[in-house]
Design a protein around this ligand. Structure first.
Ligand SMILES: [Mn+2]
Length: 250
């Protein structure tokens, strides 16, 4: 049985994504290899684009790897995927200003094809991998979409597939929430998620580790376990000068 890896918040840094996947033996260039056993799995926890140089390149690479190995490569929805969809599907809506402020790049948006849009609309919001509950954002607001992983993903698929700008904006807004597992009530919030959706640890990106620890991103070297060990933050803060972390789940 192979290992499972997670990576998150690539934000357009294609070269770094290639480098960490190559170092782990998961991919060589654009080709999926699957690690030493050939049986490893990769979970990408959202936010492929914006803020960085080549978001569309990152999107194309992840899509391609998933096409090569659909059973081994899975991508979850981040707030920037909802944002990218909103800007594409509803131009001149309230998405536009928000998209720009959040680091949207015209080159990414112009290169986005109908196939890319269909792919983005098909992305699940959460997954249970062994004992790890994988999500993009450190928010308990996933609970408003359902009380099982399947239900949440079905609800989000409906919202992403619709023609209602406000529904899509709500998905984006929900996924921008953060910091629900910090502080004295953090473990309780994490337990609520794990009791509802399963797993013994919640793994997220979205909020850079530096923002939780108060130390600069340049000093981040590994994922951060917190909330009594119930939560793991894997966002090293690449856009903030930190590392792109590829984390092996155990
Ligand atoms: Mn995010």
């Amino acid at each position: 049985m192979g290992s499972s890896y997670v990576v998150s918040d690539v934000h357009g840094h294609l070269d770094e994504l290639r480098a960490v996947l190559s170092d782990a033996g998961l991919a060589e260039g654009d080709r999926w290899v699957g690690g030493p056993s050939g049986d490893d799995a990769l979970w990408v926890l959202g936010d492929l684009t914006d803020r960085g140089p080549d978001g569309i390149g990152v999107l194309r690479l992840v899509r391609s790897l998933q096409e090569q190995a659909p059973e081994r490569v899975t991508m979850l929805l981040g707030n920037h995927e909802a944002l990218m969809l909103g800007e594409k599907l509803f131009p001149d809506s309230r998405f536009s200003g928000v998209w720009l402020v959040n680091g949207g790049r015209f080159t990414d948006q112009e290169a986005l094809t109908d196939e890319d849009v269909a792919w983005l609309r098909s992305l699940p919001a959460m997954a249970l991998v062994g004992e790890d509950l994988l999500v993009h954002s450190d928010t308990t607001d996933y609970l408003c979409w359902g009380s099982s992983v399947e239900q949440v993903n079905a609800t989000v698929a409906d919202l992403l597939g619709g023609r209602d700008v406000d529904q899509l904006f709500d998905v984006f807004a929900t996924l921008t929430s953060r910091y629900d597992y910090l502080g004295p009530r953090g473990p309780l919030a994490a337990r609520r998620m794990l009791d509802t959706f399963g797993g013994s640890r919640l793994v997220h990106g979205h909020s850079i580790i530096a923002s939780l620890t108060g130390t600069p991103s340049a000093q981040t070297t590994e994922a951060l376990s917190y909330a009594d060990g119930l939560v793991l933050d894997i966002d090293g803060g690449r856009y903030d000068g930190g590392p792109l972390l590829l984390v092996r789940l155990s």
